[in-house]
Design a protein around this ligand. Structure first.
Ligand code: PGA
Length: 268
């Protein structure tokens, strides 16, 4: 079979790290160290650092291809929501946003229904979305991992088939995030199949085969290989290691091998 035409993506989720004073320099350094045109690179700093990162990338010759993303958006475009940031406010600052990260499901009580509304608002203003899904350890141990992830995908994407071209899904098993323990490549690939099967059931075109699926959870330069070896996995959502230019350089270099192999497979 010819390899999939889906792009290879490496997104860095900086979480609650960096300040407006230091985020720009980190972004420019990562841009220089990951100068790999075949890989879609996205940096997701905290809201208050978005402008600094945007400006630093614009000023950096290697920064032009690096996209900026937010880590979440509110489920309304404006209103009496103290302390919140809407998708409309991100215009000019970001072109992507993460939605439904497990840390927000845990800490901010985000449900699939709320995540669905957030994705709608993001798509309405033209943002591309990285939707995060993933099971807890007890779900995996009880044999429920696939059912849990499938239900998160179905609930988060209900009636959003039209947004497929702006959508990427990150499979992030909760027990692998920040723990140094990764899923096995084959298990992540199996879950990517479950996700695409669910997209097909939701009525997404091509049975969801056009939607990129990333793996996330303790990805580093040392662990990326087994995920990029899986044709069903289209890259990584990187947390802790995305703050380290050496790690990002290694991760993006490995992703670039897959991107070029895919491009070669379709032109041969
Ligand atoms: P981690 O985080 O790479 O630090 O495990 C991944 C994520 O939460 O997106």
């Amino acid at each position: 079979m010819i390899g999939p035409m889906r792009p290879v993506i490496v997104a860095g989720n900086w979480k609650m790290h960096t300040t407006p004073a230091d985020a720009g320099e980190l972004a420019a350094t990562i841009a220089r160290r990951t100068n790999e045109r075949d890989v879609v690179r996205i940096l997701c700093p905290p809201f208050v650092c978005l402008a600094a990162v945007r400006d630093a990338l614009a000023a950096e010759p290697a920064g032009g291809d690096v996209a900026v993303g937010a880590q979440t958006v509110h489920h309304e475009l404006a209103g009496a929501y103290t302390g919140e940031v809407s998708a409309a406010m991100l215009r000019g600052l970001a072109t992507w946003t993460i939605v439904g990260h497990s840390e927000r499901r845990r800490d901010a009580g985000e449900t699939d229904a709320l995540v669905n509304q957030k994705i709608r608002r993001a798509l309405e203003v033209g943002l591309k979305v990285i939707l995060c899904v993933g099971e807890q350890l007890e779900d995996r141990e009880a044999g429920r991992a696939e059912a849990v992830v499938s239900s998160q995908v179905a609930g988060s994407l209900r009636e959003l088939q039209g947004g497929a071209s702006s959508l990427t899904i990150a499979y992030e098993p909760v027990w692998a995030i920040g723990t140094g323990r990764t899923a096995r490549g084959v298990d992540a690939a199996e879950m990517a199949s479950v996700i695409r099967r669910t997209l097909g059931e939701l009525g997404f075109a091509a049975g969801g085969e056009d939607v990129s699926v990333l793996y996330g959870g303790s990805v580093t330069g040392a662990t990326i290989d087994e995920f990029m070896n899986e044709p069903a996995i289209d890259g990584a959502l990187v947390g802790g290691a995305s703050l380290k230019p050496d790690e990002m350089a290694a991760i993006v270099a490995r992703a670039g091998l897959t991107a070029r192999a895919r491009a070669g497979a379709t032109t041969d």
